[in-house]
Design a protein around this ligand. Structure first.
Ligand code: IVH
Length: 690
């Protein structure tokens, strides 16, 4: 972690805070919108804690994107928005008994209660799912919404209607308007079964039950949600018009009577000792519970006290989440193997003596990269401590040096690819070694072909990992275009072990069905480093069709060329991503692949699905700058895109319009110098009909 705060200058603090705010926003987005976190909850909490320390010491340096004033992430495009009548907040965390004692002391001070006054708390398990608000009007479920950024969430009513635990009609008596808040989650067994099924169908598995639940809810097709084993428990209220109970205990009773499931076990506790006792009971029992929990929530029982205590920034003063430490276990490291991914990255994997961690048998763990192994001095034969923090992939946290066998040797990370023997150098400043074998490397070739046929790319049924590998080994497919030549080998396919005429014809028909492909899928299928589904869409939207894109990327190979600058000016495409895209186009092999594909396929130009050509901002390039007060930047951007605009990150002669919020700086100046139209927030709102 960073320097001690006393030694820090304001300049350093401001820089670190801005950096932390940026990192936190990045991880929030991965967690809340993509359901694909990159770091553990503990690492995330550490970022937040460090930020908090700095903010306490330097409150005047609060950055504009202060994470404390924001809960979660702004809603993703695709669902309509729901404004929450009562904001949906988050909970502060306690990590130790002292933190809990402080929480109680703070409450006592705030309510000016004497030391001996009894305060009752309801303690209940904290499930790591995704929070949801259910609105009932006269007892009928009318709207279900995600938390979103706390003020505005996504409308997920159609999807929530498919969850059996959610009553569509309440049991009387009930208030006229009743918003129930709770958690959508998945049981552990259901989660494992779902992942097993996904692997069979060649879909990537979910990292943990939370991601599985969130990914299932955030489906544009409710039929997919219906097929997922989702559950719901209710724990709090939003807007209510009508009589409500006056304690959390009474609310829990009412919640059960209305027809909801409650998160059990719970207990009413009147002292810190009782609270801590309950916490340890639950911690010991957590593997017996059918769902994963990551802590215990304590809430003041009396609602009048809850009301007086109110909120501080993103969380209530009357409740706290007491988190469990990540679960750990010790076991022997039998071997370190190296996996080679689609992009050639060499990833070390710990092969372990199987051990149970958090109720799950673990026999492999990630070792991240070469530096990580060296830093922790992890050696084959060591007894290692591993940790599972709600995730499927456990990590090695430390080595027990006392138990290290004599004559053990430092691990020598290979500098050649274990799959194809090509050199695997480290890129400058990077921790990762990458195989240079490209398409001659079986790991990369098969992985790339597999990526090419996967669901979000060409989506060719019947070309999963196993078959791609077999066909590659037998030299039937070598590069992606070969897939579209397979009809020439029809008889050879039919003659394969376990195939027959039917399988061969079925596969060829599935391939023929993909001879026409939307441009964005085509880009995604190429497997360019860092170019995922979202970036592929951005590129397709910006360049419209394959010939234009190819020409522009050919020119963008030259650093600092106007074409490279245009690529980098696309919102969300930075210089590093532009480097990777340019590097792809600089490699002649890749151009041969595109040439061959162009001959075999029709790549359909990008169609704006969101808006027709007559949409008010169709085809216009807009840049947002400065602070908007009435809507978040993310929302403004989503609105602009839904009206047909391209949103860019920097101003150039090609910009049609700049929306300048408060404190806009150089971008506004540049726009005015270039004669680009500039409007303020009010003008923007008028333009979009707000
Ligand atoms: S009460 C004002 N109770 O944890 C906030 N939340 O980390 C009221 N959660 O946003 C929330 N179990 O999504 C509450 N028993 C429980 C919970 C719970 C899980 C979630 C909830 C909240 C998040 C905070």
């Amino acid at each position: 972690m960073g320097k001690k705060k006393a030694e820090m200058t304001e300049l350093e603090a401001a820089a670190e805070m801005a950096d932390l705010a940026r990192q936190i926003a990045h991880h929030d987005r991965l967690y809340h919108q993509k359901d694909a976190p990159e770091i553990t909850d503990a690492a995330y909490d550490a970022l937040r804690a460090r930020y908090r320390v700095l903010l306490d010491k330097f409150p005047h340096l609060k950055p504009v994107d202060d994470p404390e004033s924001r809960v979660g992430a702004a809603p993703a495009a695709g669902f309509s928005k729901v404004a929450h009548a009562v904001p949906m907040l988050s909970l502060a965390n306690a990590f130790s008994d002292e933190d809990v004692a402080e929480f109680v002391t703070r409450i006592r001070r705030f309510l000016q209660l004497p030391d001996n006054a009894e305060i009752a708390f309801v303690a209940e398990p904290k499930i790591d799912g995704l929070s949801c608000s259910l609105r009932y009007e006269r007892g009928i479920l009318t709207v279900a919404a995600t938390r979103g950024d706390g003020a505005v969430g996504e409308n997920i009513t159609a999807n929530v209607m498919t969850i059996a635990d959610v009553p569509k009609k309440l049991r009387a008596p009930f208030p006229d308007i009743l918003e129930i808040r709770g958690e959508i989650y998945m049981n552990r067994d259901d989660f494992f079964a779902l992942n097993e099924q996904r692997e069979k169908e060649d879909e990537p598995p979910f990292a943990n039950p939370r991601n599985a639940a969130a990914g299932s809810v955030r489906q544009l097709d409710a039929a997919v949600t219906a097929s997922r084993p989702l559950r719901f428990f209710a724990y709090a209220l939003g807007e209510v018009r009508g009589d409500i109970p006056d304690t959390q205990t009474a609310l829990r009773r009412a919640i059960g009577q209305w027809g909801f499931q409650l998160n059990e076990p719970s207990r009413l506790c009147v002292s810190i000792n009782e609270i801590i006792g309950f916490y340890h009971d639950i911690e010991a029992k957590r593997h017996v519970l059918p769902f994963d929990i990551d802590g215990v929530v304590y809430k003041i029982d009396r609602f009048d006290w809850q009301e007086r205590l109110g909120f501080v920034s993103r969380s209530p003063r009357w409740a706290i989440a007491h988190k469990f430490a990540a679960e750990q276990a010790e076991t022997k490291l039998k071997a370190i193997t190296i996996q080679v991914g689609r992009t050639g990255a060499l990833t070390p994997v710990a092969e372990l003596e199987p051990v149970t961690v958090g109720g799950v048998v673990v026999s492999r763990a990630t070792l991240h990269n070469e530096d990580e192994i060296a830093r922790k001095d992890i050696r084959v034969g060591d007894i290692v401590r591993i940790q599972r923090a709600g995730d499927v992939i456990p990590q090695v946290v430390a080595v027990d040096l006392k138990q290290r066998p004599a004559h053990s040797e430092k691990f020598a990370f290979p500098d050649h690819c274990p799959e194809c023997g090509s050199l695997a150098p480290r890129e400058e400043g990077m921790a990762i070694r990458r195989c240079t074998g490209g398409l001659i490397c079986p790991a990369q070739a098969v992985e790339r072909l597999r990526h090419f046929t996967s669901r979000l790319a060409f989506n060719i049924e019947g070309l999963g990992e196993q078959r791609v590998r077999e066909l590659w080994m037998d030299k039937l497919i070598h590069s992606p275009a070969d897939i579209f030549m397979l009809h020439r080998h029809r008889d050879a396919l039919a003659a394969r072990d376990g195939w027959g005429d039917k399988s061969a014809d079925k596969l060829l028909a599935a391939i023929d069905a993909r001879r026409e492909i939307p441009f964005d899928r085509f880009i995604y299928a190429l497997g360019i480093r860092q170019v995922g589904e979202a970036t592929a869409k951005l590129l397709a939207r910006h360049y419209h069709d394959l010939p234009r894109w190819r020409q522009a990327m050919g020119a963008a190979i030259v650093p600092d060329s106007p074409a490279r600058q245009e690529l980098q000016s696309i919102d969300q495409i930075g210089p590093l991503m532009a480097d990777d895209i340019a590097a792809f186009f600089a490699e002649p092999h890749n151009m041969e692949v595109i040439d061959a594909l162009e001959k075999a396929l029709t790549v359909k130009p990008y169609e704006r699905r969101e808006a027709g050509q007559d949409a008010p901002l169709a085809g216009k390039t807009i840049v947002f700058t400065g602070t908007l007060t009435m809507m978040s930047r993310a929302e403004a951007k989503a609105r602009a895109e839904s009206l047909g605009a391209n949103v860019a990150g920097s101003v150039s002669a090609k910009t049609d319009l700049v929306v300048a919020g408060a404190d806009a700086g150089s971008k506004e100046t540049k726009a005015r110098a270039l004669g680009v139209a500039v409007i303020d927030e009010q003008g923007w709102r008028a333009l979009i009909g707000e």
